[in-house]
Design a protein around this ligand. Structure first.
Ligand code: PRX
Length: 666
């Protein structure tokens, strides 16, 4: 939906940006080669007419894709039953399937020894390959183990693990026995983990003894111990051994690998209805409490598979390298479900872009012969600063497509990615999507392989995606809304359908509101301009400013606070906190800053810690007591001319104090 919203972001489209980049897709854009099930769709002759068909005949398009690409236990009778204004979203009703069978068994029948996972462990050169046969065996043993310990269809298992084959097997084992999973990013603190376990009401948690990242060991089991103390629902914790160091085991804990050995390698898959829950994944919104976004079985899997295949032009036999953590939606859809549904080989990356040196990604590309690389702009910006030599040292000739995800990619980073990493020959696909969308929604591909890609623009809607209401004139700026449902979209927020409706359906009735703003160029290309709400994006990690404020306000010396995002060279956005102390607070500001940082790290995660904390006498407020964040943002951006109308401020002197304090701090 294109609603004028006063979007002021600068749209920079350079002359370089206007150049046409040809891609080197193996398939020509003829429909039979591109999408066999589309042959016979009326009027469909090429990619762009297929896109039009997928939107105007959405039910026919998705029905054909679902029949062709998924293995069903029972066929569906109704393709879709959706009403966005009511928050009712149902796809493929009547159908039954099992997601783990779709990701494993059917490939084991045709190519059991094909590598499913390449576990790229922290130490370069120590990767471990897992075939489809082995992954199915792990999954079945684990499924049986969970069943034996009382986990049943409809339960929710929390997984707190770094990327590793047992984490993937845990997700798939849940899917096999009909339990939902709730993967919590292993960088989250004990309190954040506990909050998510409680909300999901998990009786079972799966973890590892320790994590290993950038040469450092993290005590993940200890974090789980601290979390489950406050989670009465938890009855058992399965502990896998990532390192050889023993950890203290409590009465609830069991050695996962030892127990798995006792189990059978065959595990009967549960027949799941299309709309049964596959997983919950907690993400941040504009209010304090994280929300458990719910995805269901068939629609999610189909959408992950189709986008993985087409956005990246994934071909059978390719090695797909998504470096996201499995604790985020990118890891779910493009390290696990999309590639495995397509019978692909997927990389699980345990390390960081600069360990042991800034050549890590490209050395890995050479060693594992990666064909598609999918990463975050924040890492690209960081690596760019280390110079081209770290890239050029390694052979990247296997690369065919480069993907970007999680935040806007600035033109400089885009050009470097394209010119240096991709040697000017690989298309760069900037992919826009969210935890809620389940998969990529706006991206340059699929399209005619000769179609232009403009740096820094997500470009075009994917099949079945219709951004916005019909607006006759371009260019336009506005709130990015999606005008019709697609199978991969979230169905609800766990235990809070009302919040789902209020957040996504009510702001623009009849449309799914994404929370982002977008610009559409005169050619009709999309560029994402950033969040319209109080959610910020720090190094590709989404966090609500209210979540950080909640923690800061818990400090006994703090009266109130306001947290905002500001533009940061590497992280995309940094965290800036304005803090008002209580009158009688006599702590030193330096000590308090440290204390507040420790609190945020302990209650949320390290990445949420403020980069700057400015202690102020008061916050700029309207007469009705609302904090004027706009003013705070302008001060931090040093755009004093853009402060705008201050006449509604209760006490205009507050702004002068804040400006002065900001100059002293930065
Ligand atoms: O603001 C958008 C930004 O990341 C948000 C979604 O965050 P999350 O649910 O954590 O999922 C991240 C991985 C899909 C969006 O609302 N975002 C994501 N991709 C892009 C982006 N902003 C600009 N360009 C993108 N390509």
């Amino acid at each position: 939906m294109w609603l004028p919203c006063g979007c002021t972001s600068k749209i920079i489209v350079t002359s370089y940006a206007r150049r046409v980049f040809k891609s080197y897709f193996r398939w020509k854009c003829n429909v039979a080669a591109l999408m066999p099930e589309a042959v016979g769709f009326e009027g469909v002759k090429d990619c762009s007419s297929l896109q039009e068909f997928s939107v105007s005949n959405s039910a026919s398009f998705w029905a054909a894709a679902a029949r062709h690409r998924l293995s069903w236990i029972k066929p569906f009778h109704t393709v879709q039953d959706c009403d966005l204004s009511l928050g009712r979203i149902k796809w493929f009703e009547g159908g039954q399937l099992n997601v783990s069978v779709n990701c494993l068994d059917r490939h084991v029948h045709t190519c059991p020894e094909r590598v499913a996972l390449i576990w790229e462990r922290d130490e370069p050169g120590s990767e471990i390959k897992v075939t489809y046969r082995q992954l199915l065996e792990m999954t079945c043993r684990l499924g049986n183990l969970l069943r034996r310990h009382g986990v049943k269809k409809g339960d929710c298992v929390t997984i707190y693990m770094p990327p590793c084959p047992l984490a993937v097997a845990s997700m798939l084992a849940c899917a096999r026995i009909g339990a939902a999973h709730n993967v919590v990013f292993a960088g989250f603190s004990a309190e954040a983990l506990a909050e998510r376990i409680r909300d999901a009401q998990s009786s079972t948690v799966i973890t590892v003894n320790q994590g290993v990242r950038a040469g450092k060991v993290t005590e993940l089991k200890r974090t789980v111990d601290a979390a489950v103390k406050d989670c009465p629902s938890v009855q058992q914790v399965l502990v896998a051994m990532r390192t050889e160091n023993p950890v203290t085991m409590t009465a609830k804990d069991m050695d996962m690998e030892e127990e798995m050995l006792k189990e059978d390698v065959v595990c009967e898959p549960e027949a799941m209805d299309s709309e049964d829950v596959l997983f919950l994944l907690y993400t941040s919104g504009s209010t304090g409490k994280p929300k458990g976004v719910v995805h269901t079985q068939a629609g999610y899997l189909l959408y992950a598979a189709l986008t993985h295949r087409y956005v990246f032009s994934y071909q059978d036999g390719d090695v797909f390298g998504c470096v996201a953590d499995i604790g985020w939606i990118t890891g779910h859809s493009y390290s696990v479900y999309g590639p495995l549904a397509n019978g692909g080989t997927t990389v699980l990356f345990e390390s960081t872009p600069i360990y042991p040196d800034p050549g890590r990604y490209w050395e890995m590309v050479q060693r594992l012969k990666i064909n598609q690389f999918y990463g975050a702009p924040t890492a690209i910006r960081l690596l760019l600063k280390y110079g081209d030599q770290w890239v050029q040292k390694y052979d990247r000739s296997t690369l065919k497509t480069l993907g970007s995800v999680g935040e806007p990619i600035n033109t400089e980073a885009w050009e470097w990615y394209h010119r240096v990493v991709g040697d000017g020959r690989c298309p760069v696909v900037d992919t826009w999507w969210q935890t809620e969308t389940g998969g990529i929604c706006i991206t340059p591909r699929p399209s005619d392989p000769d179609a232009e890609i403009v740096p820094g623009m997500a470009m075009r809607p994917f099949f079945g995606i219709k951004p916005g209401k019909v607006v006759t004139s371009n260019p336009a700026s506005g709130a990015l809304c999606l005008a019709q449902p697609w199978p991969g979209m979230a169905r609800t927020i766990h235990n809070n359908h009302q919040r789902f409706i209020e957040t996504y359906c009510q702001p623009h009735p009849g449309y799914f509101f994404t929370g982002d703003g977008a610009y559409r160029s005169k050619e009709g290309y999309y560029q994402i301009t950033g969040r319209l709400d109080d959610v910020i994006n720090v190094s590709g990690h989404r966090i609500g400013t209210a979540e950080i404020e909640d923690v800061v306000n818990q400090c006994s010396a703090v009266a109130e606070s306001a947290v905002i995002g500001y533009s940061h060279d590497i992280k995309g956005q940094g965290v800036y906190a304005f803090v008002v102390l209580k009158k009688d607070a006599d702590d030193q500001e330096a000590d308090l800053s440290q204390q507040l940082n420790n609190m945020v790290s302990k209650k949320i995660a390290k990445y949420a810690c403020p980069d700057f904390i400015q202690f102020v006498q008061r916050l700029p407020k309207t007469r009705s007591g609302k904090i004027m964040r706009r003013v705070l943002r302008k001060v931090v951006e040093r755009d004093l001319d853009g402060l705008g109308d201050l006449s509604t401020l209760d006490d205009p002197a507050a702004v002068q104090e804040i400006i002065q304090g900001h100059c002293e701090l930065c």
